[in-house]
Design a protein. Structure first.
Length: 140
């Protein structure tokens, strides 16, 4: 018996996502990761403290990158909130995906990926209508 293997790419909700949704979510996550890297440099430069909201802004090198808002409640917490656009899907367009940071007493930072009701959020919002389009680690 001859076996035939079929290679297929895996994705996190392929059945629920069309190309534009997957591309938009992937672009947002990639841009959030770049912003996170930049913010962590500022965190380290400030002696393991997040800058005030008014003291730090993320600027992408790409003209078509998702908009990312920064918010900090103090030196131990911060959020990076991105707008999702261009999907033609009411469950995603105009909604927000974010990375939420909390520093521990030893200076390490715990990041949580989740949905946000607005760009000013500092904690995940559990926007469950978005969950089918997000990777499991961002369903918070």
């Amino acid at each position: 018996m001859k076996r035939t293997w079929i290679a297929a790419p895996l994705c996190f909700a392929c059945a629920a996502m069309a190309g534009s949704e997957q591309q938009a979510v992937s672009a947002v996550i990639a841009e959030l990761e770049r912003a996170k890297s930049s913010l962590m440099q500022a965190y380290a430069a400030r002696g393991k403290a997040f800058p005030k909201t008014s003291e730090w802004e993320y600027r992408s090198n790409s003209g078509d990158a998702p908009s990312i808002a920064y918010k900090s409640k103090g030196p131990t917490s911060a959020s990076l909130v991105a707008d999702i656009t261009g999907t033609k899907n009411a469950d995603l367009d105009g909604r927000h995906l974010a990375l939420f940071a909390a520093s521990r007493s030893d200076g390490t930072v715990v990041w949580t990926c989740g949905t946000a009701r607005s760009a000013r959020r500092t904690e995940p919002s559990e926007e469950k209508s978005m969950y089918p389009y997000l990777p499991p680690e961002c369903r918070n």
